[in-house]
Write a protein that binds this ligand. Structure first.
Ligand code: HEM
Ligand code: HEM
Ligand code: FE2
Length: 459
């Protein structure tokens, strides 16, 4: 580690990984409830488990992004972090607020949670991914402001690189767009309309900037390719992400009561959205082909290549699959959507965070550039277990989705009658989910048992 203050990233990474495990456990609970409706009822109803699963996902990814920024910004800026104290303080604020919110979800029905947190006075609750009570949202804003101030000052007072400026832009965008979660119009069309400004403009807008800059950072470090080359790729990726992604929001405005022209705008622009993801794939392969050295942290390089490929599959291919209005007319809100949501979130944002953790971990543990061979092998196994099982989850849900569309949307059978017929797919999804959690546990074991490489390995 070049700068002492980078060590603060470790706290954030630990919290991220812990919450990730929690997220997956709730995924498995829900997966079982899909085929065994009474499982854990009334202790953990499906809607509660769903809320915990999706909100934990968002919160641990935010921990991951913040940890990544705290790790990367000092090195890019060639100076210590502006304030380590502030970074630590905000960490505890965020962790405690997050934990209390999850406890709230689990202890009482959502309506009661809304009531006790004063939602009547300042209503912001009741929308997927953003079910946090208003006070939690305020907490997130305070943490985000302090965080951006901290990394922003570091960037401003140090060396400015394209990587750090794009990362900062993405993070500022993330925080600004989150403010729309406070705007909760009673008109349902407007409500949905602006809800997507958070969810869509995050994952298909500013988060892509975060992903591209984190990927670029790891590729620069592991391949030794010149920054001039990397910077040109970054400009291209960022431009394409914003050109396609902003108006691409229209693919969520097909059937919510917005004007019809959105069917054209949304279809055309979102059909181009795979481009930036494809550029990231070519970028990663190009850098590795042009590498000036073989980095000893092979696991981190594997994660970097993996995220570049799986993000394209999940977001690009599975996104394109249902993004044209005439197709989305049939697929909207079916298991096709869930299939895409899983592979896209996993490939792009889960994997990029795991890439950075994988790259940073040996440095954070004082092992030098890489961990010992045995833990790297374990880590690469965990990569394959998680990635292959997620591809299977996606395929099973896609199968379920196709059948669902046929039976429900075309043949006109009722929702629940169709769900019953899809049980075999859901059982297979659950089995793949068990493999996924095994992969995740292996990742954690690899990280916690990692050792310094033996001398002959290091040379
Ligand atoms: C990493 C980037 C992406 C992530 C994380 C992501 C995630 C998601 C999620 C979670 C949903 C479900 C939202 C909900 O209704 O609750 C969704 C919906 C959708 N996504 Fe993506 N997505 C990404 C990129 C893309 C791309 C590039 C495209 C198009 C090429 C796309 C097309 C769609 C469409 C059309 C829907 C609406 C599905 C429906 O009508 O039910 N997504 N996405
Ligand atoms: C890193 C891994 C995972 C990610 C990123 C992830 C992400 C998500 C997202 C974004 C949603 C909302 C989907 C939508 O609205 O379309 C969701 C829902 C769900 N997830 Fe996951 N998930 C993961 C792992 C799992 C696992 C391992 C299982 C279980 C085997 C699982 C089971 C479910 C279920 C049952 C739902 C609810 C779907 C519904 O409402 O019908 N997830 N997950
Ligand atoms: Fe979208």
């Amino acid at each position: 580690m070049k700068y002492e203050s980078q060590a603060v990233a470790k706290l954030y990474f630990l919290a991220a990984l812990g919450l990730f495990l929690g997220q997956i456990i709730f995924g498995l609970i829900m997966g079982l409830q899909y085929v065994w409706g009474d499982f854990l009822f009334p202790l953990i109803p499906f809607n509660t488990a769903r809320m915990v699963h999706t909100n934990l996902l968002i919160v641990w990814l935010l921990f991951g992004f913040m940890g990544s920024a705290y790790y990367l910004i000092p090195e890019e800026s060639q100076r210590e972090l502006y304030s380590v104290k502030l970074a630590k303080l905000l960490f505890w604020v965020f962790l405690v607020a997050g934990a209390l919110t999850i406890v709230g979800y689990l202890l009482m029905p959502y309506a009661r949670l809304a009531e006790v947190t004063g939602n009547a006075y300042f209503p912001t609750m009741g929308r997927e991914f953003l079910e946090m009570p208003t006070i939690t949202k305020v907490g997130i804003v305070i943490v985000a402001l302090g965080f951006i101030f901290n990394v922003g000052m570091t960037v401003l007072m140090g060396r400015k690189t394209v990587v750090s400026v794009i990362l900062l832009t993405g993070l500022v965008g993330l925080a600004l767009l989150f403010l729309f979660s406070f705007y909760n119009p009673s008109n349902l069309v407007l409500d949905k309309y602006f809800w997507w400004w958070v969810v869509h403009l995050w994952v298909e807008g500013v988060w892509e900037l975060i992903m591209a800059s984190l990927l670029a950072y790891v590729l620069i470090k592991t391949t030794g390719v010149d920054r001039e080359v990397v910077d040109k790729w970054l400009y291209l990726i960022v431009a394409m992400a914003l050109i396609t992604g902003i108006l691409g929001t229209g693919h969520h405005y097909f059937w919510i009561g917005t004007p019809n022209y959105w069917q054209w705008v949304g279809s055309v622009f979102s059909a181009l959205e795979p481009i930036p993801f494809f550029l990231m794939t070519i970028f990663a392969f190009n850098m590795v082909n042009k590498r000036r050295r073989d980095h000893p942290n092979k696991a981190a390089v594997l994660w970097a290549m993996g995220t570049a490929v799986v993000a394209f599959l999940g977001a690009g291919v599975w996104g394109f699959l249902h993004t044209l209005a005439p197709i989305n007319y049939y697929t909207h809100g079916t298991q096709i959507t869930a299939a895409h949501g899983h592979l896209a979130f996993y490939g792009a944002y889960v994997m990029i965070v795991l890439t950075i953790i994988s790259y940073a971990w040996p440095h954070l543990k004082g092992h030098g550039d890489a961990n010992d061979e045995r833990s790297q092998v374990m880590e690469m196994w965990s990569f394959w277990l998680m990635s292959v099982s997620m591809v299977f989850i996606t395929l099973f849900l896609t199968g379920a989705g196709i059948l669902q569309i046929w039976l429900q949307r075309i043949d006109g059978q009722t929702f629940m009658a169709v769900q019953e017929k899809l049980a075999v797919f859901y059982w297979m999804r659950e089995a793949a989910g068990l493999v996924f959690v095994a992969g995740l546990i292996l990742y954690l074991v690899a990280m916690f048992t990692a050792k310094k490489p033996a001398l002959e390995e290091a040379s």
